[in-house]
Ligand binder design. Structure first.
Ligand code: AHR
Length: 521
């Protein structure tokens, strides 16, 4: 039906093209934006982030401790807090990742000097002193004004331990857990929106089969109570990549799917498989192309899992929670292999744009997504070193795209040229559009071709607009990146490469760029 509507519209627009620009043939690159039929709300939570006890994401990246010389608010570094507020982080996932299924939350409460130390077996074998725990995490969410997304321990924890954590966090009754919380300085319960029942339980979270996990999840979720006004959005561990069988098992039985609100999925983009991840900064067009190609698989994967979910949940009451995504490259030379520290280039910016466009386009089913990870790990938005901080190209995309949060998705139809490399082809453009509560339309575009500017004809149907402004993120080199010494090599600029004539917008996107346009009535 949607396709038919867009087809009719395209024919109609074709007539308009013919009368307005008689001499032109059909444009090669065309994005039709239907501005007067808004679709589903784009959940702000697909712009979420992920912070694991891994490398220097927490320690050094977010948390420096109250006694640090680095300016901080109750131990959380001010420069990072400020930058995170700017991108409107909607939710933050913690404490892992694989770490979550080794984490025992009671180790991380109470006086800091008395907290138990553990060894972080997954990530570098370093000693974890638990100085960043529940109170510190919840304070962080308050300071950046986002929802908490807590990942419980199924792999090595107990039902009681998880149930008590939820009680400690959210209950306002008089109980041993709430008394303990008050004793530790927090009178009022917190609100916790998202709570995951394990992480990657098919792998680091216990090596379970889908059937076994389903039973375990049913058991654990039974004891995750909604206290007072708090309503948990329970996230069941879903598959990674193309493991459709796992989704089928979790979705087919009403007794299983009735126990969660969201099903997670993880997908990392790799240049050439897990054994050949390549460098984050030293790469050529071959690696660029392979990365883009891998990024686009996110759409294929979502469609596959969505099809299964649609069969058992046509009302779309269950959300797909893409709570780990991003580019995974080799660690920077000389850094701890267990810390997953990688630089971030213009390639990562285009990756972010592609993913966020895909999530927007699947707003009917994708309700939460979390970039891996927030600071100093994998495709981070921020890098820190001692008292220095730098914003990555990926950060700038999140800032530019924040306009889509809670806006309504607009129907679009994209026809575009291919970006071809050594005989392989992928679409050269990625796009999505939304309308916000003030009626402003935002169109976000990425040009995947690293060496060709592309002109896109963009009929915006159903509304007329008085003002258009734009922002662009691009760079001279595809591997351009920001450093502590040169923090503004890749930064957004005002964009003027468009014109509007007879309701038809024409946009010329620079090679390897991300563009966001704002159309105001
Ligand atoms: O983000 C790094 C790791 O990747 C996470 O801990 C795990 O869930 C995934 O395999």
């Amino acid at each position: 039906m949607r396709k038919l509507f867009i087809l009719l519209l395209a024919v109609f627009m074709g007539v308009q093209f013919t009368s307005a620009q008689k001499e032109t043939t059909a444009p090669v690159n065309q994005l039709i934006v239907v501005a007067n039929h808004p679709g589903p709300v784009i959940s702000k939570d697909i712009y979420g982030h992920f912070s694991e006890h891994l490398g220097t994401c927490i320690y050094g990246g977010l948390w420096v401790g109250r006694d640090s010389k680095i300016p901080n608010t109750e131990g959380l570094r001010n420069d990072v807090l400020f930058a995170l507020r700017e991108i409107k982080v909607p939710n933050l996932r913690w404490p892992g990742g694989c770490f979550a299924d080794t984490y025992h939350w009671k180790d991380g409460i109470g006086p800091q000097s008395q907290r138990a130390s553990i060894v972080n077996t997954h990530w570098g074998g370093v000693t974890e002193d638990n100085s960043f725990g529940t109170h510190e995490f919840m304070r962080l969410t308050e300071l950046i004004n986002c929802d908490a997304y807590i990942n419980g321990n199924v792999g090595s924890g107990t039902v009681r331990e998880m149930a008590e954590w939820v009680e400690y966090l959210t209950s306002d009754s008089d109980s041993p857990m709430t008394r303990l919380r008050k004793q530790n300085g927090r009178e009022e319960p917190w609100k916790v929106r998202y709570f995951a029942i394990g992480n990657e339980n098919w792998g680091c979270g216990g090596n379970m089969t889908a059937d076994f996990y389903s039973d375990v999840m049913r058991q654990y979720s039974t004891y995750l109570n909604n206290y007072g006004g708090n309503r948990l959005y329970r996230v069941a561990c879903g598959p990674s990549d193309y493991n459709y069988a796992w989704t089928e098992t979790l979705m087919k039985d009403p007794g299983i799917r009735g126990r969660f609100q969201g099903l997670s999925i993880h997908y990392y983009s790799l240049v050439d498989g897990w054994n050949n991840k390549g460098s984050a900064t030293e790469f050529g067009e071959n690696e660029w192309f392979r990365t883009m190609n891998s990024n686009l698989q996110m759409d294929v994967i979502i469609k596959g899992h969505k099809a299964i979910m649609d069969r058992y949940d046509p009302q779309k009451t269950k959300g797909l929670v893409v709570d780990e995504w991003g580019n995974w490259f080799n660690v920077e030379p000389g850094t701890n292999p267990g810390f997953l520290y990688q630089q971030n280039t213009m390639r990562d910016a285009v990756t972010a744009a592609i993913h966020l466009n895909i999530f927007n386009q699947h707003a009917d089913r994708v309700k939460v997504a979390n970039l891996a990870q927030m600071v100093n790990v994998l495709q981070s938005v921020i890098l820190t070193k001692d008292d220095k901080m730098v914003l990555t190209p990926t950060y700038h995309v999140f800032r530019m795209y924040r306009v889509h949060q809670e806006a309504k998705l607009l129907n679009t139809d994209l026809v575009c040229e291919d970006y071809e490399f050594q005989g392989r082809k992928i679409p050269a453009i990625s796009a999505s559009a939304s309308v916000d509560n003030d009626g402003k339309v935002h169109i976000s575009l990425a040009n995947l071709n690293p060496s060709k500017d592309i002109t896109l004809t963009c009929p915006v149907v159903g509304e007329t607009f008085k003002t258009i402004t734009g922002e662009v993120l691009t760079a001279g080199q595809m591997n351009a990146f920001n450093t502590f010494d040169k923090p503004e090599v890749v930064k957004p600029a005002s964009f003027k490469g468009f014109k509007m004539k007879d309701g038809i917008l024409t946009v010329t996107m620079p090679a390897k760029s991300v563009v966001v346009l704002e159309l105001v009535k």
